[in-house]
Design a protein around this ligand. Structure first.
Ligand code: GDP
Length: 571
């Protein structure tokens, strides 16, 4: 190989001769002029140094770029048990906002509204309830950064509070609790604390991490503190969005208005959405003809963490669908058409990749890193629920955790199916039978759903799951051996020229370097070549070049032994 001259290397690295000479000086390399040749090792060392410097520079620039992206307002959803005050809290927040702007301001329902405080802006999703929220999540879009779980302080933690907690956690939102109705004489913050503790949530007042704010949605007491806590939580999350990016976000709602036509509420999460833009949402597309914000004001454009109602879709996209900016009508049509065809193909062939029953779910879990079984447990009475929970807690092992997304009295619901679908879990019920519509939905979404009449059959099913989750046992299988016949020092590293003497060598194999039958190194192959080509395997009787990851000290006569780990099937 021809030695490289300094000016040639400078050109290759895209720098001036002077810059390279400076680097060579700093490395203590001697030369006559920029026409001097460099030793291979020196040239390699220079390249490595430059590579490192450039990587460090790139990392610094990436961090700078991230920091240059402005913060965005947090998006908050309000959840909780029925009648605990979700709607009242939303109403209070909405009204307090109008009061500030002098009474009489018109508001427009666009799916979300902003509350401006001294500490910043908070965006509230306009509809309470966790089902809509989870179905949004289930379609793959994350909407809310924070979930405020409302718990009436006269009532305490109730079944739907538990559901709300489970759904919010599954959706990856941060949780903040609001102990509501504190204006009532029978209200007890202690009761809320106790209820949360039972769910394994420890309030800050008890030395834990969960923020629990006493409020009254009726009088407004504590609501300011709640807003401040939301903003502090958001700050820790370091939420940022680039207003210059292409607009993306989520459809919050859509409907057909007799006069206006199709109205869709969009939450912009990244970028800026402008009138005239083309967007696609699932299988529908639109050209934005007009936008209205939550104040009822016409907008020409709107940035991250804002919701607007738009005109321009030809058909209503479903709530929860992610939308994205596309350059023009051609792109919009092609993308939506592709999606329609894909869906039709899926409908003909049964969905692949989605578990169909518990056995499938197990198989799928085995392949993945997940060592957690996500379960929703339903039972006829609190007593049987507790009994099952107690037995289940003994079935967990160090390797496998049973994660109860939800344990509740009553038949499995459609909302359970959504939750299980989001969290890739299964639903087991005891002594209660799900409605036909729920069974059907579970089937459609590929959620395992089983009902039991005998507790021990249910436990057995879980045992099977745990067993299926055990760490698999591997044994080593020798694939073949190759002998080092020559050693080549190339700019890319030291290559062992080998002859495969038995079996085969595969690109992904584990390699052991043996010298005089002693193992001197163990690791992976960096590249495997036949002649000049990268290959996946080389069989007995053929020559190949092997570059290892982190070993270069070859000697002729060394033996490279290839092996792979294979799973031993247990009972
Ligand atoms: P949601 O089902 O969770 O949306 O609950 P609502 O907001 O509809 O409230 C249920 C009932 O509780 C209504 O009668 C409200 O007036 C009442 N309520 C809600 N918040 C408060 C509060 O802070 N104090 C009192 N005294 N009543 C409240």
């Amino acid at each position: 190989m021809a030695k490289v001259r300094i000016y040639q290397l400078a050109k290759e690295l895209g720098m001036s001769n002077e810059e390279l000479l400076e680097i060579l000086d700093s490395m203590g390399v001697e030369y006559k002029s920029h026409a001097s040749t460099l030793e291979d090792e020196t040239a390699a060392a220079v390249k490595e140094l430059i590579g490192e410097q450039r990587l460090a520079e790139e990392a610094r620039k990436a961090e700078e770029a991230r920091k240059a992206i402005p913060h965005r307002a947090p998006v908050v959803v309000i959840m909780g048990h029925v009648d605990h005050g979700k709607t009242s809290l939303l109403d209070y927040l909405r009204k307090s906002r109008i009061a500030e702007k002098e009474a009489g301001g018109i508001t427009q329902h666009v799916g979300a509204f902003e509350v401006k405080t001294k500490g910043g802006t908070v965006v509230f999703i306009d509809t309470p309830g966790h089902e809509a929220f989870t179905s949004i999540r289930e379609r793959g879009a994350k909407v809310a950064d924070i979930a405020v779980i409302v718990v009436a302080a006269d009532d305490g933690v109730m079944p739907q509070t538990r559901e709300a907690i489970a759904h919010a956690k599954a959706a990856g939102a941060k949780l903040i609790f609001a102990a509501n109705k504190m204006d009532l004489p029978q209200a007890s913050l202690e009761k809320v604390y106790q209820g949360l503790m039972k769910e394994g949530i420890v309030p800050v007042a008890y030395g834990g991490e969960a923020e629990v704010l006493p409020i009254s949605a009726k009088t407004g007491q504590g609501v300011q503190d709640l807003l401040e806590t939301i903003l502090i939580t958001a700050e820790l999350e370091d939420l940022r969005a680039d207003p210059n990016a292409e607009a993306t976000g989520v459809v919050l709602e859509s409907r057909i208005d007799k006069q206006a036509g199709v109205l869709a509420s969009l939450l912009v999460q990244q970028g800026t959405l402008k009138v005239g833009d083309y967007v696609v949402a699932g299988e529908h597309w639109g050209k934005i003809r007009a936008m209205t914000d939550s104040e009822g004001v016409r907008r020409n454009q709107t940035g991250p963490s804002t919701a607007v109602q738009v005109l321009g879709f030809s058909e209503p996209p479903s709530a929860g669908t992610a939308f994205e900016w596309v350059p023009d009508q051609v792109a919009a049509k092609e993308i939506t058409e592709e999606r329609r065809l894909e869906r039709e193909a899926r409908e003909v062939a049964p969905e692949v990749g989605r578990p169909r029953n518990i056995a499938d779910l197990l198989r799928q879990m085995q392949g993945s890193e997940q060592k957690e079984i996500n379960l929703i447990l339903r039972a006829d009475t609190q007593g049987s629920l507790e009994a099952i929970q107690q037995i289940l807690s003994r079935e967990q092992s160090e390797e496998v955790k049973i994660n109860l997304l939800l344990a509740a009295v009553g038949a499995p619901s459609e909302s359970d199916v959504l939750l299980a679908s989001t969290a890739n879990g299964a639903i087991l019920s005891f002594g209660v039978t799900p409605a036909g519509s729920v069974k059907k939905m579970a089937e459609q979404k590929g959620v395992p759903l089983q009902s039991f009449r005998i507790i021990y059959e249910l436990i057995d099913e879980v045992r099977k799951m745990v067993r299926g989750q055990r760490e698999p046992v591997y044994k080593e299988e020798i694939l073949g051996q190759a002998e080092v016949r020559a050693v080549f020092k190339l700019s890319s590293g030291v290559v062992a020229g080998c002859m495969v003497t038995s079996g085969k060598i595969t690109r992904n194999a584990d390699i052991r370097v043996l010298r005089k039958k002693q193992e001197i190194w163990k690791g992976k192959i960096h590249s495997l070549k036949r002649l000049k080509d990268d290959v996946r395997e080389v069989a007995q009787g053929f020559e190949c070049g092997i570059l290892l990851e982190g070993f270069s000290d070859f000697q002729e006569g060394d033996v490279l032994e290839a092996s792979q780990r294979v799973e031993v099937v247990q009972e």
